[in-house]
Design a protein around this ligand. Structure first.
Ligand SMILES: Cc1cc2nc3c(=O)[nH]c(=O)nc-3n(C[C@H](O)[C@H](O)[C@H](O)COP(=O)(O)O)c2cc1C
Length: 224
């Protein structure tokens, strides 16, 4: 049996920073709304719902702030930035970045920068955007919902650990959980996607070190 246990390498590899092809940066505000929730009630309320309407800009901003924004950083001597965020990550490496997709409003992929709390429009192949949206619509009809897609830069974790794959997938699960719990606390509906949208994410970045880890749709609950 091969050894699947992740183990720290004796010497950490260097990770070069990834430059997203950014065409426009929108700095997001701090939350202005005071959300109050009982955690133990939230664990009872959390559910997956797919019949969703659009999020306001401030709801999306607040969701990202509470679920994904960096809270604290630690600069390693080799230049790698470890971070503390709402979800745990093996070795504090946080290999997973978030892409925001709101097909009914803005037909582009946006990268969420969790260090500066900003949305960044990406200049990527427009046909692939259309193909990606068509594909995920076959899994869960997106309508006016907002999609958050998880993409892992595996080299951030493999630089430190042998057998890194399970660490990245467990990070993805933790991130999906905090996104859904935060949506619940904000009285929003959400549902994870089963598809990985392969091969669209790979084609988008043409970088073997970037893999899709699935996504989640979030929106306001439609009154039935
Ligand atoms: C990784 C993952 C993938 C999922 N994929 C889908 C999906 O493709 N379509 C869907 O309707 N629900 C999907 N779900 C939602 C589950 O079906 C849902 O969590 C399950 O039915 C239990 O319902 P609950 O979340 O309300 O407790 C997914 C959930 C997870 C965690």
């Amino acid at each position: 049996m091969p050894d699947i246990n992740p183990t720290p390498k004796s010497a950490e590899d260097f990770v070069s920073s990834f430059a997203y092809p950014i065409s426009y940066i929108e700095r997001l505000p701090k939350p202005s709304h005071n959300y109050v929730s009982d955690f133990f009630e939230l664990t009872r309320l959390r559910t997956s719902e797919k019949n969703l309407s659009d999020l306001s800009a401030s709801q999306l901003s607040d969701l990202l702030w509470y679920a994904a924004k960096v809270i604290d950083t630690h600069y390693q001597d080799n230049g790698y930035i470890l971070s503390h965020r709402p979800s745990p990550s093996a070795g504090a490496r946080h290999p997973i970045d978030l892409l925001i997709i709101n097909p009914s409003e803005n037909p582009v992929f946006q990268y969420y920068n969790p260090f500066e709390h900003s949305l960044n429009n990406l200049k990527l192949n427009e046909d692939l955007f259309t193909d990606f949206v068509t594909h995920i619509n076959d899994n869960i009809p997106v309508g006016k919902g907002t999609v958050i897609w998880l993409i892992a830069h595996v080299n951030r974790t493999s630089a430190k650990y042998d057998n890194p794959a399970s660490l990245v997938w467990r990070d993805a699960g933790a991130l999906l959980q905090i996104l859904q719990m935060t949506a619940t606390a904000m009285n929003l509906g959400s549902c994870p996607f089963g598809t990985l949208a392969d091969p669209f994410i790979n084609k988008l970045f043409a970088d073997a070190a970037i893999i899709s880890c699935g996504g989640i749709i979030i929106g306001n609950n439609l009154q039935l």
